[in-house]
Design a protein around this ligand. Structure first.
Ligand SMILES: *[C@@H]1O[C@H](CO)[C@@H](O)[C@H](O)[C@H]1NC(C)=O
Ligand SMILES: *[C@@H]1O[C@H](CO)[C@@H](O)[C@H](O)[C@H]1NC(C)=O
Ligand SMILES: *[C@@H]1O[C@H](CO)[C@@H](O)[C@H](O)[C@H]1NC(C)=O
Ligand SMILES: *[C@@H]1O[C@H](CO)[C@@H](O)[C@H](O)[C@H]1NC(C)=O
Ligand SMILES: *[C@@H]1O[C@H](CO)[C@@H](O)[C@H](O)[C@H]1NC(C)=O
Ligand SMILES: *[C@@H]1O[C@H](CO)[C@@H](O)[C@H](O)[C@H]1NC(C)=O
Ligand SMILES: *[C@@H]1O[C@H](CO)[C@@H](O)[C@H](O)[C@H]1NC(C)=O
Ligand SMILES: *[C@@H]1O[C@H](CO)[C@@H](O)[C@H](O)[C@H]1NC(C)=O
Ligand SMILES: *[C@@H]1O[C@H](CO)[C@@H](O)[C@H](O)[C@H]1NC(C)=O
Ligand SMILES: *[C@@H]1O[C@H](CO)[C@@H](O)[C@H](O)[C@H]1NC(C)=O
Ligand SMILES: *[C@@H]1O[C@H](CO)[C@@H](O)[C@H](O)[C@H]1NC(C)=O
Ligand SMILES: *[C@@H]1O[C@H](CO)[C@@H](O)[C@H](O)[C@H]1NC(C)=O
Length: 438
């Protein structure tokens, strides 16, 4: 009897002592306690301050009603309202899974550091419930399985380290964290995701330089880091990415010269380095990129002459080198680019005459050569080509729809053909009316 009433008093005291702790944090405390209990190696010496009972008690009433001083627990940090904002459990030999971790009960958690433990199992997709999470380090554990795509929903995430796990072989084919508000730099540990084939980090707020370790991602086929605040130069290690098909580094603050190693990227089909601060000349090795379809280098500080090797890029459809300081003349080899549809060389310091080989570019629809120092005349047959109206039309009005553009183009073609110096090359009125009615 005496014993019973004593414990009742005990729990009443406990209740009185901790009643002013926000009820939210009771949920958080129970959640952390439950997760600790799920660990294989939990015992009384593991995180001893993590207890729901302020005093040792086996009384069931106390177990369920007692509020707890969560913010006094070790490795936990709280905000003024008593909600958990930081959990740092590095290097504690924790052995277990994250399955019992009730992520949705930690709406304020901004930092979760579990590195260097023995956590196994998969990363639950519910990790995306940590909507305020800014820092996530699960590195050096034994986690396996796919990195959940839901990680991409962690819009506050600035730092992510998943390296040194057993995610190997099961690594998702892609990490797509584009269109987030990621800040900070790309961690060198990215190099550990060696089976990664797609890495999308475009349209974020990333700064710092591109880590040299990017060269370890030998399986990459698609690397899109465009529209960030990246600085520094392109690491020469990029040359190791022999399977890379798409490389978008445009719209950053990158500088330095374009490394000649870029010529090793023999699988490249699309290369966009535009809108950066690159200087120096285009490396001659560019001629090796025989699969290149799109080459954008506009709006940089590039100089020197356009290498004649550009003529080896036979698959090119889009070549934009405008707004740089290229000098010298357009190489005659440009005539080899029979699939070229867009040729933008405007706003450079190019000189000499416009090579007549440009007439061979029968697929050309967009040509811009203005703001240079060309001499001589424009090759006459350019008028016979499918040249775009973009340069003809007033730049202040939006470009025409494709349909309208095509109609106008065919009208212009007919008009030009009617002006042919050779009367026998001029179409008959019947042909003209057929062409215009199509
Ligand atoms: C608790 O577990 C750790 C390792 O998991 C072990 O070293 C320690 O001896 C255990 N303590 C008790 C009291 O069982
Ligand atoms: C709780 O009891 C355990 C033994 O069961 C003891 O080792 C520990 O020190 C006690 N904790 C407190 C706060 O009294
Ligand atoms: C976690 O604690 C360790 C030391 O115990 C420290 O080195 C590390 O920086 C902490 N992590 C965070 C995110 O504060
Ligand atoms: C982890 O802790 C052990 C001691 O418990 C220490 O020897 C080791 O250096 C620590 N490792 C890291 C990465 O901090
Ligand atoms: C928690 O995450 C899971 C998986 O992404 C999702 O289905 C669920 O709706 C989320 N719950 C909350 C409360 O955000
Ligand atoms: C990459 O994937 C292959 C099989 O797809 C696997 O055998 C290999 O261990 C993985 N390597 C790494 C470093 O993850
Ligand atoms: C992104 O970076 C820009 C420029 O540094 C800054 O003005 C902006 O506030 C940042 N946005 C976020 C969400 O961090
Ligand atoms: C590169 O691609 C080829 C063909 O798809 C493939 O066999 C090879 O394993 C890839 N190399 C790497 C390092 O992923
Ligand atoms: C990026 O470059 C612009 C223009 O040179 C400069 O104004 C800006 O400060 C740079 N931003 C960073 C983050 O380097
Ligand atoms: C040019 O384009 C045609 C049609 O798209 C394509 O069949 C051909 O392979 C291309 N030529 C080169 C050299 O890529
Ligand atoms: C191009 O400019 C460089 C300096 O940037 C100069 O050395 C070179 O002679 C120029 N070439 C021509 C053809 O004007
Ligand atoms: C452009 O070339 C002319 C000579 O043709 C030279 O005088 C001028 O300095 C060059 N400008 C730039 C920005 O390279």
């Amino acid at each position: 009897m005496g014993l019973l009433s004593l414990s009742t008093v005990f729990s009443l005291v406990s209740l009185a002592m901790f009643v002013n702790v926000a009820s939210d944090s009771t949920g958080e405390a129970h959640a952390l306690f439950k997760w600790k209990a799920s660990l294989q190696n939990h015992n009384t010496s593991l995180l001893p301050s993590w207890t729901l009972y302020p005093f040792n008690s086996t009384n069931n009433f106390a177990r369920h009603k007692t509020k707890t001083s969560l913010c006094m627990w070790s490795k936990i940090s709280c905000n003024h309202a008593g909600s958990v904002i930081g959990v740092n459990l590095t290097n504690l030999s924790l052995k277990g899974t994250l399955d019992e971790f009730s992520f949705s009960l930690f709406p304020q958690l901004s930092s979760l550091d579990l590195n260097t433990n023995e956590l196994f199992g998969t990363i639950p997709p519910q990790i995306s419930n940590l909507s305020e999470l800014n820092y996530l380090d699960l590195s050096t554990n034994k986690l396996f399985g796919n990195i959940p795509l839901e990680i991409g929903q962690l819009h506050s995430l600035a730092s992510l380290d998943l390296s040194e796990n057993q995610l190997k072989g099961f690594i998702p084919p892609s990490v797509e964290l584009n269109d987030n508000w990621l800040t900070g730099s790309i961690p060198p540990s990215i190099g550990s995701l060696s089976n990664l084939s797609v890495l999308y980090l475009f349209c974020n707020n990333l700064s710092g330089s591109i880590p040299n370790e990017i060269g370890k991602l030998m399986s990459l086929t698609d690397l899109e880091l465009n529209d960030n605040w990246l600085t520094g130069s392109i690491p020469p290690s990029i040359g190791s990415l022999s399977n890379l098909s798409i490389l978008y580094l445009c719209s950053n603050n990158l500088s330095g010269s374009i490394p000649q190693e870029i010529g090793k990227l023999m699988s490249l089909t699309k290369l966009a380095l535009s809108e950066n601060h690159f200087t120096g000349s285009i490396p001659h090795s560019i001629g090796s990129l025989s699969n290149l379809i799109i080459l954008y280098m506009f709006r940089n500080g590039l100089s020197g002459s356009i290498p004649k090797e550009i003529g080896k890029l036979m698959s090119l459809t889009d070549l934009a080198l405008s707004f740089n300081q290229f000098n010298g003349s357009i190489p005659h080899s440009i005539g080899c680019l029979s699939n070229l549809s867009m040729l933008y060389l405007h706003s450079n310091n190019l000189s000499g005459s416009i090579p007549k080989e440009i007439e061979k570019l029968m697929s050309l629809t967009k040509l811009a050569l203005s703001e240079n120092h060309f001499t001589g005349s424009i090759p006459p047959s350019i008028g016979n080509m499918n040249i775009a109206l973009n340069d003809v039309l007033d730049g202040r009005i939006p470009p025409p729809s494709l349909e309208v553009e095509n109609k106008l183009k065919s009208i212009m073609q007919v008009a030009f053909s009617c002006l042919d110096v050779n009367p026998r090359s001029r179409p008959t009125m019947q042909i003209v009316s057929q062409l215009l009615c199509n």
